[in-house]
Design a protein around this ligand. Structure first.
Ligand code: GLA
Length: 387
């Protein structure tokens, strides 16, 4: 569904449910991270792009509460905005509640609104469906109150919602790209300075394919916090503020002072930060074989050193490698937090159909699971479609 079709659909659902047309329509995309994994909370670089999958909200003024109707699950959340917004039910409403509370903290009065909501970002697939929902909510508040905030502030507000209301200690990547993505571009984000650079990706000869393994292993959330702690430990042993400040040489010298596991975690992060800036250079020069090799190297480090991959993700990467450059695949890696979710593959545009069929068939044969595969051009970040 294009964004136009999707927003038309949500507007029609609003009309059906609330009996009048919406006054505002807003959208925010999910993302796929091309490279730079588990580097954001180490002050490193990330290189994500917004994808053509969106959270969309259609809304009008309401009578008392902030009411959100999820048009897919046919479930409503009624959020009391007469005082400070608190955590509550249903569970998914906490992403919205957290954002509303963030605006209240900045002195913004949240209006009573009727909202219809739908998302085409696969849930729990590692494509930042929660960041899309948070940034979509923030964009709706901006549209409805006329009080816009600086994009960096907006992304940080959404990240805080995820920390405080969903209990996920995420970095800043997902909310930044959902806020600041630009059509035809990847976003090179320096997570220390929060400076962004748009890296054009318009070469029609290549495409990024997202391969959803359709598995999500539960251990993910606890392991994420554990990885963060291990990185902090490595930084403190190395005597640096964060792993961004450490070099591979320093790490080798200090190897004896840390456990083997902490050493490997740091080796991934230090290597990945370097790979990310090299990949951005490769993309600027349309050096696709080089970018592809960096993606594979990223995957191996995430699999062997950082240990956040899983059998299904590894299977997709192995299939991609077996197709090879001759078959049209430059590179492939797991993307996002890991423990399931998606891989991203850099492929020759002319071979997309053949590659998708081959990956789907082989993956099914090896795992007995149906993968979901789609291509996406780099999409734009959060937008006000109407209002
Ligand atoms: C999740 C987090 C991000 C980032 C990635 C790993 O998606 O939300 O902040 O840490 O994992 O790169």
């Amino acid at each position: 569904m294009t964004l136009n079709e999707l927003s038309g659909h949500v507007a029609a659902e609003f009309q059906k449910h609330f009996g009048r047309p919406p006054r505002w329509i807003v959208a925010a995309p999910g993302r796929v991270n091309v490279i730079g994994e588990h580097t954001d909370y180490n002050d490193g670089f990330v290189l994500p792009m917004a994808i053509e999958r969106y959270a969309v909200m259609a809304a009008d003024s309401g009578s008392s509460s902030f009411t959100v109707y999820d048009t897919h699950f046919k479930e409503s959340a009624t959020i009391d905005v007469s005082g400070p917004v608190t955590k509550g039910q249903p569970k998914w409403s906490n992403y919205i509640r957290g954002v509303l509370a963030g605006f209240q903290d900045r002195g913004v009065k949240i209006p009573a609104l009727d909202v219809a909501f739908m998302s085409t970002v696969p849930l729990g697939g590692g494509l930042s469906s929660s960041a899309a929902l948070e940034v979509c909510t923030a964009t709706l508040v901006e549209a409805a109150t006329g009080q816009t905030i600086d994009p960096v502030e907006k992304a940080l507000l959404a990240q805080k919602a995820e920390h405080d209301f969903a209990g996920v200690p995420c970095g800043i990547m997902d909310q930044f790209i959902s806020t600041m993505g630009r059509e035809g571009h990847l976003l090179l984000l320096d997570c220390r300075s929060r400076k962004t650079e748009l890296v054009p990706m318009r070469d029609p000869s290549v495409e990024l394919l997202v391969v959803n393994t359709n598995v999500k292993h539960e251990l993910g959330s606890g392991e994420y916090a554990k990885r963060r702690a291990e990185c902090e430990q490595a930084a403190s042993i190395l005597g640096v503020k964060s792993l961004r400040d450490a070099t591979a040489g320093q790490l080798e010298k200090a190897k004896g002072k840390m456990s083997e596991v902490v050493y490997r975690r740091a080796r991934h992060v230090i290597g990945e930060i370097e790979r990310t800036t090299h990949a951005a250079e490769g993309i600027r020069n349309s050096n696709w074989p080089a970018v592809g090799q960096l993606m594979y190297a990223s995957h191996y480090a995430l699999r062997d050193d950082y240990e956040v991959s899983c059998q299904e993700l590894d299977t997709v990467v192995e299939i991609a490698e077996s197709i090879g450059v001759n078959g049209g695949v430059y590179g492939c890696r797991m993307t996002g937090g890991g423990f399931g979710g998606c891989c991203v593959a850099l492929v020759k545009a002319g071979a997309v159909d053949a590659i998708s069929k081959k990956i789907a068939a082989e993956y099914k044969k090896k795992t007995n699971i149906e993968a979901a595969i789609f291509g996406s051009r780099p999409a734009s970040g959060a937008t006000i479609i109407k209002g």
